[in-house]
Design a protein around this ligand. Structure first.
Ligand code: AMP
Ligand code: GLY
Length: 424
């Protein structure tokens, strides 16, 4: 069977790579893909953007594609799964209605409250003065979130009242984020350690992937500006067996049951971004309607199950009794970024060293492109280099050993990916 992966990032390279190893897969098409997916055996890029639904559907018909996997949230929230399904094509992901768990913070907060799923206390506002009065009453730190999709710019953890007020004024008053910020959620700040818990869902049943943790801050020691993620590792030791069970019982199972009871059963990858409080309580910080990036890179590195087969089971509503198998070793993924990211950075820099293979490592591409037979940088987060090892420190050493052999002008990466797991 031919399968299609929609997207262009490191997550899509990792998903496409695992799909290409599935027993039933003859070729993986990636739209639009990157240099990594262009060079991979059994893969082919097609130059169609993730929001060109008609062109994507034409491609599916022309190439007789049997299964489509959607990487990023934007096409999911815009309803690509409904569109493909109505055309009779197997497309893996949540419906537009179910994708609101990520697409609208007020939808997901209202859902969590109604089903008594642990999360931060909150209020929604469209009026800046009312939001400020609430902030004044609550005090800081406090968290302000744009209601809609804002490409990672929609969350501000305010540490002063002044910062909280100016965030509200920018979002609600000056419409700095457009429609995405026309409504805001103001919520309680929760202290603790973050972890990523992603499940494969068929509307009724959720099967967990191995846990993971990403590093959102740009610089070592979790300092500097917030980014899309500078690295990730799996498993996350903060999710021990007992915590795993609590997350399934208190978060995942009630979410699947609640969505089904509301008439919008959830099929696809469900990403729960959790805060594990010092008291050992998991709280939902956010839902995403897709796999994590860069979490997909270390998690796919460890996945041993046939990805196409389990996703087809999920689409058919037949996940009950399924288990996912993972390599018992730890995977650490280090993002190599363009210097300057997440602010301005250069593109088009030739990357050297990509051909130097190293056992138990894999380089997933994100912001790369082919330019006259050469791989060049084409984004802020350029590569994610994953190493496998029998311990966190072994996996980390392996990943950095490979990182050291790759380079381009003005590259940047964190030197401490995995530090929380190492310090345990
Ligand atoms: P998000 O874009 O929703 O993942 O939020 C970005 C980051 O803001 C999260 O990874 C957390 O570090 C932080 N954050 C979001 N909500 C809260 C909260 N209620 N309490 C503490 N930190 C939060
Ligand atoms: N790594 C965070 C995310 O995928 O949203």
């Amino acid at each position: 069977m031919k399968v299609l992966v929609i997207g262009a990032g490191g997550r899509e390279h990792a998903l496409a790579w695992r799909l290409s190893q599935s027993a039933g897969v003859e070729e993986v098409l990636v739209a639009p893909g990157n240099a990594g997916t262009a060079l991979e055996a059994g893969m082919r890029n097609v130059d169609i953007a993730v929001d060109e639904f008609d062109a994507l559907l034409n491609l599916v018909a022309q190439e007789k594609i049997g299964f489509t996997m959607v990487g990023p949230e934007v096409p999911l929230v815009a309803g690509i799964v409904d569109y493909f399904t109505q055309a009779g094509h197997a497309c893996f992901g949540p419906s537009q209605a179910a994708a609101q768990l990520e697409g609208s913070k007020s939808f997901s907060k209202e859902f969590l409250a109604r089903y008594d799923i642990p999360t931060a206390a909150y209020e929604s506002f469209t009026d800046a003065d009312k939001a400020k009065a609430f902030i004044h009453a609550q005090g800081v730190p406090i968290v302000i979130k744009a209601d809609g999709l804002a490409a990672g710019k929609g969350v501000v953890v305010a540490t002063s009242i002044q910062q909280a007020y100016s965030t509200v004024e920018a979002m609600l008053g000056e419409k700095a984020l457009g429609d995405a910020g026309a409504k805001v959620v103001v919520e309680e700040f929760i202290a603790g350690e973050e972890a990523t818990f992603i499940c494969l869902c068929d509307g009724k049943t959720a099967i967990p992937f191995a846990s993971s943790q990403d590093h959102k801050a740009r610089d070592d020691g979790d300092t500097g500006p917030n980014t899309g993620g500078m690295g990730a590792y799996s498993p996350a030791p903060v999710i021990d067996a007992q915590m795993h069970q609590m997350v399934m019982q208190q978060v995942i199972e009630p979410t699947l049951a609640g969505m089904a009871a509301d008439g919008i059963p959830y099929t696809g990858f469900l990403y729960a971004g959790l805060m594990i409080t010092p008291q050992g309580q998991p709280k939902v910080i956010e839902f995403n309607c897709r796999f994590g990036d860069p979490e997909a890179q270390p998690v796919m590195m460890r996945l041993q199950s046939d990805l196409l087969e389990v996703c087809q089971k999920a689409l058919a509503g037949e996940l009950a009794g399924t288990q996912l198998a993972f390599d018992s070793r730890t995977a650490v993924g280090v993002v190599m970024a363009a210097g300057g990211y997440p602010q301005a950075y250069d593109q088009g820099e030739p990357i050297s060293g990509l051909d130097k293979e190293l056992f138990d490592t894999k380089v997933f591409h994100a912001g790369t492109a082919m330019h006259a037979n050469e791989v060049v940088t084409n984004g802020g987060r350029v590569l994610c280099v994953v190493g496998l090892g029998s311990s966190v420190s072994n996996a980390q050493a392996r990943a950095y050993e490979r990182v050291d052999t790759i380079g381009w002008r003005n590259q940047y990466y964190r030197k401490d990916i995995g530090h929380r797991a190492l310090n345990r």
